[in-house]
Design a protein around this ligand. Sequence first.
Ligand code: AMP
Ligand code: MG
Length: 403
Amino acid sequence: MLTVTEAIEIVLKHALPLAPATAAPGPAALGAILAEDVASDLDLPPYDKAMMDGYALRSADLSGGQATLRVIEEITAGRVPTKSLEAGQAARIMTGAPIPTGADVVVMVERTRMLEGERVEINDASLSPGKNILPRATELRRGEVVLKAGARLRPQEIGVLASVGRASVRIVPAPRVAVLSTGDELVEIDRVPGPGQIRNSNGPMLLAQVARAGGVPQSLGIAADRRDSLVALIGEGLKADILVLSGGVSAGKLDLVPGVLQELGVEPHFHKVAMKPGKPVFFGTRAGKDRTLVFGLPGNPVSSLVCFELFVRPALRRLAGHAEPGPRRLEAALQQDWQYKTDRETYHPASLEHGAHGWEVQPRPWFGSPDLKGVTTSNAFMIIPAGDRHYRAGERVAVMVVE
Ligand code: AMP
Ligand code: MG
């Protein structure tokens, strides 16, 4: 059977970044990967700019930081100076306003005193040429590349794109991810389950995982364990970049998903991974122009959750252009003695914290793959190798972070 690491490698081998598209760099583009180098269309600041409210003046007029000067105009942000400064003159200036020609220093208003007759007294021994002035193009120079292809758009990148006038940019689009829950026993969440029925919890959970991973979720609802129902809804799902199914991939009588997928042209790459929960997980691809990655996740809720984080999220991130697709694994110090016996690599819900000596992890009580509630008090999974072993408090163990 494949190991988890081998299975992730196979998934990533089939996951290529989507073709770039044009988008407005607004909140909807948050987290997207830039697909072009972006150069500045102007100098920023576009002029020598005052960094303080005060007076622009000529440093040559100062003697020991002192002078009495004639105020010839007032320049607020958004206005331009109309006069250049001659000897003995100053201009009242506000933060952000352009420095008038002739001036080479700004004194803050707190170091000045207004006198009668449009005059001002300056007293600031710390003044030297250039003080409190941000020279033109300090931040950006016209033509300079300000963001490189591959950058992730965070609020600061979105702000820089706005500074250089980019109302649209090339980005790697967010992958569209369709989610289909399968099972005759499933009913939608607004129904009271009848005999033998349960609510579809995987659907909403997986859609939320898609959104958290940066994908665009599309709900396909519930398919019955019947060929016709599966064919119709899977056909719809194959229009997406990624199709995620839950249920119907084990060895039960009505586990029809892998068969129907192959019938619809999905080439299987693996079906079963040496892990717990999640062993029956299926991965395949449908080739062609509208390539689709297809994941069949086992129906037990924690199997679906873990398999999504291990296999679907890295694929989604790779399609979205991320250089580091994950999963996010780290090592942490176990906080208690622990006896554990398992025949396959096991993902056990745990709480992970950053303590005084680095990452610390504690297993949470959990009775297995159906126990989703047991995961609500965890933010990680301990990765326990197969075997029967006593773990000592303080020992370093592998952990997968799942917020
Ligand atoms: P399956 O993988 O179809 O054999 O399902 C395994 C277990 O997961 C069964 O107990 C199912 O009832 C349960 N299950 C399957 N799909 C869902 C779902 N969408 N929501 C909650 N439980 C599910
Ligand atoms: Mg089922």
